[in-house]
Design a protein around this ligand. Structure first.
Ligand SMILES: *Cc1c(COP(=O)(O)O)cnc(C)c1O
Length: 378
């Protein structure tokens, strides 16, 4: 199997699994217990908290563990909004559904939402963002990097604007964290969502960074875990794995992303050169190291995916299956693609484990499949 779907999830790194294993067996203490097994578990949880804080230039007390990126997004947006009786929220049309649907929910609850358009590369335009700010704007939420097309957003500029206007700034950094250096203070970020399974950590665990001094109500109510802001007995093995994955990601970030970038550019160049009517989606330079997103005219991405899967290649398309129907991606439509082009999209997301030989095979298979599909007109 050639795995080119690392934006969907990544392989748990063996050394991460190694660190987690004792917490599934002998080290089963509850971090809330005062006995020595409990305090050992608590130490492990707090060790991860420190590693994760270090990795983003935060303090340990600013990291709150959640059950993943979706929960962190829901918490950040709902709690930031509910601190007010009403008000105005600014986000973009290209957010992950965890942000989009949470903002729609808040809209139903009486908040006003501005959905910013993006340019043809998927980038927020600063003039439009500035023009959208109102006296009652309480929150700006813009993702760090897009999960479909890989475009990196102007986070430092948005953070500076939000800071100047006294507006809270949340960013969904699930795709960017571990792939690009992030310093929350320098970037003016107040709230940031991260998920472990996108950086070779386990699924079902993530965190929300909450800037010191920010009063954010809890999302999950109950016990006093996570300084009474996120109740529920801690996912100790998951949190230990998340910490290990964060240390690993920071340690090898430079070499790993340089390798991924070189592979990405090689793959993209070959696809564009060797397959007619193939176009790149997203920004040519300001994009995630491992992300390639292309559209092939005259085909349906889903058909291509199934054919590639039969050849042992795992990739992703630009469509989302909503309520049983195949909808073209909201991100591809937002960057101006016609429905037909959006349906013909293919996302290939790399890890440092991919080899040039794998990419050569993938290009060959994609080329053949695209030509076959075009002949068959499906
Ligand atoms: C994967 C992803 C999420 C969801 O994270 P989970 O941990 O799977 O809930 C949110 N935002 C982005 C940008 C993602 O890529």
């Amino acid at each position: 199997m050639i795995y080119l779907d690392n934006a969907a999830t990544t392989r748990l790194a063996p050394e991460v699994l190694e660190e987690m294993l004792p917490y599934f067996s002998e080290n089963y203490g509850n971090p809330g217990s005062v006995c020595s097994m409990g305090t050992a578990a608590k130490r492990a949880v707090n060790g991860s908290r420190e590693s994760i804080a270090d990795s983003m230039g935060a303090e340990a007390g600013e990291i709150y563990f959640t059950a993943g990126g979706t929960e962190a997004d829901n918490w950040a947006l709902k709690a930031a909004a509910l601190a007010h009786k009403g008000g105005h929220i600014i986000t973009t049309r290209i957010e992950h559904h965890a942000v989009l649907r949470t903002c729609s929910y808040l809209e139903e609850k009486g908040f006003e939402v501005t959905w910013l358009d993006v340019d043809r590369y998927g980038m927020v335009r600063m003039e439009e963002l500035e023009a959208a700010v109102r006296p009652d704007t309480i929150l700006i939420s813009v993702m760090f990097a897009n999960n479909e097309i890989g475009t990196l957003e102007p986070i430092a500029e948005i953070g500076a604007l939000a800071g100047k206007r006294g507006i809270l700034f949340h960013t969904d950094a699930v795709q960017a964290y571990g792939q690009v250096p992030i310093r929350v203070r320098e970037l003016g970020i107040d709230l940031m969502s991260v998920s472990a399974h996108k950086l070779n950590g386990p699924k079902g665990v993530g965190c929300l960074y909450v800037r010191n001094g920010l009063k954010l109500g809890p999302f999950v109510h109950g016990g006093g875990q996570e300084r009474s802001r996120r109740a529920g007995t801690e996912n100790v093995p998951g949190i230990v794995g998340f910490g290990a994955a964060a240390r690993r990601a920071v340690r090898n970030m430079g070499a790993r992303t340089a390798r991924e970038t070189a592979l990405r550019d090689y793959l993209l160049e070959r696809l564009l050169k060797e397959i007619p009517d193939c176009r790149l989606n997203g920004h040519p330079r300001l994009r995630l190291p491992g992300n390639v997103n292309v559209s092939f005219s005259g085909i349906v991405g889903e058909s291509l995916l199934i054919m590639l899967d039969m050849k042992g290649i795992c990739a992703s398309s630009g469509a989302a299956c909503t309520s049983g129907a195949l909808e073209p991606s909201h991100v591809l439509l937002a960057i101006g693609l016609q429905e037909e082009e959006a349906r013909g999209a293919l996302r290939l997301t790399l890890s440092e484990e991919n080899t040039k030989q794998e990419l050569d095979i993938a290009v060959q298979e994609i080329k053949q499949c695209v030509l076959r599909l075009r002949e068959m007109h499906i």
